[in-house]
Design a protein around this ligand. Structure first.
Ligand code: HEC
Ligand code: HEC
Ligand code: HEC
Length: 113
């Protein structure tokens, strides 16, 4: 074992310990996100895990439908049932074709935490 080899090994170990997500090739996703601007209705759960988790192409949503920043979609109160039903935000997919519709199945999204 020459010195270059050892140095490379050590460097890789340092990278792996410092950036575990880089080492596995998976970008850290946003986990579970709750949307609570729902009046008297139960809040809404969005689960990154249930939307494919780390294996899913992030580009399905980022940054075309959603920014990678919690709260940005509803800034200015733009994300409402009205805009969802018009096919925006969650409604891009939750249209009764790609995924269950926002016009029904209320309790799949609106759940008690
Ligand atoms: C099905 C849609 C969807 C997919 C696919 C998706 N995300 Fe997200 N992501 C969201 C939503 C919704 C939010 C919250 C945006 C908001 O509140 O405006 C979010 C937020 C985030 C945030 C910010 C979290 C915070 O606390 O501010 C990160 C980081 C993120 N996503 C990373 C990823 C990565 C990495 C992937 C791929 C592995 C991914 N997302 C795939 C929908 C998605
Ligand atoms: C795909 C998930 C999803 C489904 C299904 C869904 N909603 Fe929502 N709902 C949301 C999101 C996201 C918001 C916005 C929350 C926020 O901005 O914090 C919302 C907001 C609301 C609000 C607050 C007022 C408004 O319009 O923004 C009410 C009331 C509501 N939903 C009722 C319902 C009812 C009733 C149903 C069934 C007919 C339903 N929702 C189905 C995701 C869903
Ligand atoms: C890129 C498409 C896409 C977007 C955008 C999207 N979803 Fe989904 N979602 C899916 C698919 C596909 C499924 C699984 C198929 C089904 O259940 O109909 C799913 C499933 C779900 C489930 C059921 C999870 C479970 O328990 O199995 C919930 C709740 C949900 N989505 C909420 C949301 C909310 C809230 C948003 C917006 C913040 C959103 N989704 C945006 C595609 C999407």
């Amino acid at each position: 074992m020459d010195k270059t080899y050892l140095t490379t090994k050590t460097l890789m170990l340092v990278v792996a310990l410092t950036f575990p997500t880089l080492a596995t090739g998976a970008e850290k996703h946003g986990g579970d996100i709750w949307f609570k601007d729902t009046k008297n209705f139960a809040p809404v759960i969005f689960s990154h895990d249930k939307h494919g988790g780390a294996g899913n192409p992030c580009t399905d949503c980022h940054d075309t439908i959603f920014k990678k920043e919690k709260g940005s979609a509803d800034a200015g109160n733009a994300m409402t049932m009205k805009t969802l039903k018009q096919g925006e935000y969650c409604g891009t997919c939750h249209d009764g074709q790609k995924a269950f519709s926002v016009k029904s199945s209320c309790k799949k999204c609106h759940i008690k935490p």
